[in-house]
Design a protein around this ligand. Structure first.
Ligand SMILES: Cc1cc2nc3c(=O)[nH]c(=O)nc-3n(C[C@H](O)[C@H](O)[C@H](O)COP(=O)(O)O)c2cc1C
Length: 447
């Protein structure tokens, strides 16, 4: 690893192709651009991020509206709780057309798509963008998504990771089915490509059968950069095997550092260079010209949240209908065990609340879901925000940050115009892009 004075942080934008940012109440913010159905909305954000020399703009995904709460989508639609989710491929394609260097990440689920489909898609995108593409590998998390794909119930948590392991194996085999230099394209000899350098895959496993080869020649990055966010025991095992950029949610630098140390160790045990996994916690930033200015912006944003947002999003993420219980009633072990969504998030609630049987109120308070407290919040002037980022980064809690937006596109405009120059002047963040692919810019090896 480079010594501390040379270490630069990685900056990633945490985007949604949605009516709201990660902060659900954001759509009610007076400065929010309502153009979330327009190509220009996404292209403008991409241009801002590129101006700020961000490594990657990554877009999350969900394959259903939140509809676990009260077994209905009505509250979600009424309140605009992440009910719009555009398909990400046209979105990142549009963003790629508006930029030259910015990395572009899209989320795709290993539970509902097939390896051939995903391998072909990301390989094609990697060609079109000259090697700027990343795939956020997720296993999906609730029955509403399952039911949009003809499956009555979501698979159990650890089983989803078993499927995902095989999915990745098959996908990587497909990407490797064309060697570098296979395309000859010699019009004189009539030789298009060298069949010795193109291979069948013949993957036959428990979940997937695919013959191959892929119908796309090897892409500029070899494999698109792999993003992952596993935090549970099984999720970490998966992340250490496949993940390159690992996005996490931890409330303190100490907790994040413990994860980072663990993941680096696990990666090494799996025969990988620990520097080939980069850990970035998701955070919110509210920056103002003065401390008072930041504080009043923060209050304005805070006031946009409501309890229905929290309950709908908790039900979604835990795959459990939280409308069934009085809010003060401790939830039984059976109920907690039946929550098949994000296990890591449940650990957070039990740990922070100090009770093994949290109530609905504990879930609301300690998960912070639907509020700014869900993620660490760095608020203040640009130097104050930079101090907090510097402290996490220098203590080796992380390799960079995944910046969630309090509102769009203002949160990124403020960050780029105010915080980025401060980080640059401290030598913590780069001043320009390197030539080459997203992998080259991240210093990740080409497979
Ligand atoms: C920054 C970040 C972004 C995520 N984006 C998505 C997403 O777009 N879609 C999704 O289904 N899950 C998403 N997740 C959830 C993760 O895929 C993962 O399930 C979660 O971090 C919990 O880990 P576990 O499954 O090992 O318990 C995200 C998590 C984080 C920290």
């Amino acid at each position: 690893m480079p010594n501390d004075s040379e270490r630069h942080m990685m900056l990633v934008a945490f985007l949604q192709a949605s009516n709201c940012s990660n902060y659900t109440g954001s759509w009610r913010h007076p400065e929010t651009d309502p153009g979330f159905m327009d190509l220009e909305f996404y292209q403008n954000i991409a241009a801002t991020l590129e101006r700020g020399k961000f490594h990657l703009a990554f877009i999350d995904d969900r394959l259903a509206m939140p509809s676990r709460f009260g077994d209905s989508f009505e509250e979600a639609v009424e309140n605009g709780i992440r009910v719009v989710k555009l398909d990400l491929v046209p979105v990142i394609t549009a963003m790629g057309l508006a930029t030259k260097h910015l990395g572009l990440g899209a989320t795709y689920s290993t539970t509902y798509f097939s390896p051939f489909h995903v391998a072909r898609l990301f390989s094609s995108l990697d060609h079109f963008t000259n090697g700027r593409v990343a795939w956020n590998v997720v296993t999906s998390l609730n029955d509403s998504e399952a039911q949009n794909f003809g499956v009555p119930k979501l698979l159990e948590h650890d089983d989803r990771y078993d499927v995902a392991d095989e999915f990745m194996q098959a996908t990587v085999e497909l990407w490797d089915s064309w060697e570098d230099g296979a395309v000859v394209l010699n019009k004189q000899t009539g030789r298009f490509a060298d069949p010795e350098k193109v291979h069948r895959v013949d993957h036959s496993g428990e979940w997937f059968q695919v013959r191959g080869p892929l119908t796309v020649p090897r892409s500029p990055q070899g494999h698109p950069v792999l993003v992952q966010a596993g935090q549970s025991e099984r999720g970490r095992e998966f992340a250490a095997r496949w993940g390159e950029l690992l996005f996490v949610i931890y409330p303190t630098p100490e907790a994040c550092k413990a994860y980072r140390d663990d993941l680096r160790q696990r990666a090494q045990s799996a025969g990988r260079d620990p520097d080939s996994v980069r850990i970035a916690p998701a955070v919110y930033v509210v920056v103002g010209e003065t401390e008072e200015d930041a504080q009043s912006k923060l209050e304005q944003i805070d006031n946009l949240a409501n309890q229905t947002d929290s309950l709908a999003l908790l039900s979604e993420v835990f795959n459990y209908d939280f409308s069934q219980h009085p809010v003060h009633e401790p939830l039984s072990d059976e109920i907690l065990a039946s929550m098949t969504g994000l296990r890591g998030f449940l650990d957070r609630v039990t740990e922070l609340s100090g009770t093994a049987n949290p109530s609905v109120n504990d879930f609301i308070q300690w998960s912070g879901r639907g509020t700014l407290r869900e993620l660490p919040l760095f608020a203040g002037t640009a130097p104050q925000v930079a101090d907090q980022m510097e402290s996490w980064f220098r203590s080796e809690a992380c390799d960079g940050f995944v910046l969630a937006a309090t509102h769009m596109p203002g949160a990124y405009e403020d960050f780029v115009s105010q915080v980025v120059p401060e980080l640059q002047s401290r030598g913590l963040f780069r001043k320009g892009y390197s030539e080459g692919t997203l992998r080259d810019n991240l210093g990740l090896p080409r497979p």
